[in-house]
Design a protein around this ligand. Structure first.
Ligand SMILES: Nc1ncnc2c1ncn2[C@@H]1O[C@H](COP(=O)(O)OP(=O)(O)O)[C@@H](O)[C@H]1O
Ligand SMILES: [Mg+2]
Length: 396
């Protein structure tokens, strides 16, 4: 295949290793400076210029987009997507993973363990927010920090309030997060390629530092992960739309707590710690997937008038419970079930023999009018009802 590595650091360890791994495998590979692209929307079809000339054909790209150029870099990746060039990391995935709040919001509905996190704007809401995540000491994070910069441990409520106020006065948005003290200055970095963890390391903060980032002096060692850690890492990367990702997890009392998903994970520390050829596995994955460029499925599936995608939840009272998918009558109503979600597991292309259970969720494509009647009323948030006092309250 012909591969372009999009990077502004051609001489960095990671870029060099990826380039060499591609060459060793007989691929044609170029390292192209992301900032030298021109997005060309003037012709009939989406196109790209590089250093002022029309870019030649590539089969795949591997974006290594730095934090300082997210906007332009993801625009270039998006243009490659429009041109049906394969990328393991989508522009959508890169954008969403870059912002810690956005990433947490997306992950939060998928039952992925994460440190309790909250986001508020008004100073009047700060104290309540800190208390919601367990009180001081509390972690305060800039939304777009990296390398541990912008992650602060506030020992008391007062200090936390002062830090948040200071940061907000300089127009910085901050997250408030439970301090996972049981992790004891350690965290896990899992490198996900495709559907598996290809390498993992533990980083241990030094001295009285609580941040384990290598840039903050953290020391690394290779580890073999328990299955629950592997599963959390792979699912987090999948949900974020990243096929090459560094997933950072804290070791909580109840298992893995995902902190962030990095779309351009550095390879040096983890290759040295584990002695594994991670660059090679990334190149092999791209080679294996190059026939499947990104398709914006929802957009493509909704261009037929009257058709669309919807999720049908099988409720306990529904007469679908106990029936097979074949008996459900969906097919007859021109509705195809694309996936069946049961708890946290997803059955792709569910067979007509599958028996439906209460709580199942069917992702369907079909006539919207037909599906409307099958979608139960809007999901209400379950309200926690306060216990009534034993004695009725009388107004004075
Ligand atoms: N909620 C937390 N509890 C305990 N330690 C944390 C918490 N959040 C972050 N850390 C520590 O700080 C480091 C940096 O945090 P992270 O969110 O990954 O930011 P960055 O993008 O700067 O790496 C983590 O690797 C971890 O060691
Ligand atoms: Mg990190």
């Amino acid at each position: 295949m012909k591969l372009a590595i999009l990077s502004r650091a051609p001489r960095s360890y990671s870029t060099q290793r990826l380039r060499t791994a591609a060459l060793d495998r007989g691929h044609e590979v170029k390292v192209l400076n992301t900032l030298r692209f021109g997005i060309d929307l003037s012709g009939d079809e989406p196109d790209l210029q590089f250093r002022g000339k029309r870019l030649s054909h590539y089969d795949a790209i591997l974006p290594r987009i730095g934090n300082s150029i997210t906007y332009f870099g993801t625009a270039v990746v998006r243009q490659f997507e429009q041109m049906d060039v394969y990328t393991p990391n989508t522009s959508w995935g890169i954008t969403n993973s870059r912002d810690k709040l956005r990433a947490t919001q997306i992950l939060s509905r998928h039952h992925i363990g994460m440190p309790a996190t909250t986001f508020v704007r008004d100073r009047a809401d700060v104290i309540a927010a800190i208390e919601r995540v367990g009180g001081a000491p509390v972690v305060i994070k800039l939304l777009e920090g990296t390398q541990g910069i912008g992650v602060i441990l506030a020992p008391t409520l007062k200090v936390a309030e002062a830090i948040i106020e200071t940061l907000q006065s300089t127009r910085q948005n901050v997250l408030i997060q439970r301090f996972v003290s049981e992790s004891k200055g350690r965290d896990i970095r899992a490198l996900v390629v495709g559907d598996r963890v290809v390498a993992a390391m533990r980083r241990v903060a030094q001295g009285d530092e609580f941040r384990s980032n290598v840039h903050r002096g953290g020391i690394v060692e290779g580890v073999t992960l328990d299955e629950d850690y592997e599963r959390a890492a792979v699912r987090a990367a999948q949900i974020m739309g990243l096929r090459v990702a560094g997933v950072d997890m804290l070791e909580g009392n109840e298992g893995p707590l995902v902190m962030e998903v990095n779309s351009s994970p550095g390879l040096e520390g983890i290759e040295r710690a584990t002695d594994l050829d991670i660059a090679g596995s990334i190149i092999d994955h791209i080679d294996n997937q190059v026939a499947f460029p990104e398709i914006d499925v929802r957009q493509r599936l909704t261009v037929s008038t009257g058709y669309g995608v919807a999720e049908i939840a099988v409720q306990a009272a529904s007469d679908l419970v106990g029936k097979t998918l074949g008996e459900s009558g969906l097919r007859e109503r021109d509705i195809s079930a694309l996936t069946l979600q049961r708890g946290t597991s997803v059955i792709p292309n569910p067979h007509s023999r599958h028996v439906l259970e209460a709580g199942d969720r069917l992702l369907c494509f079909g006539k919207l009018e037909e599906m409307r009647s099958m979608i139960p009323g809007r999901r209400r948030r379950t309200r926690r009802v306060k216990k009534l006092p034993a004695e009725p309250i009388h107004e004075a």
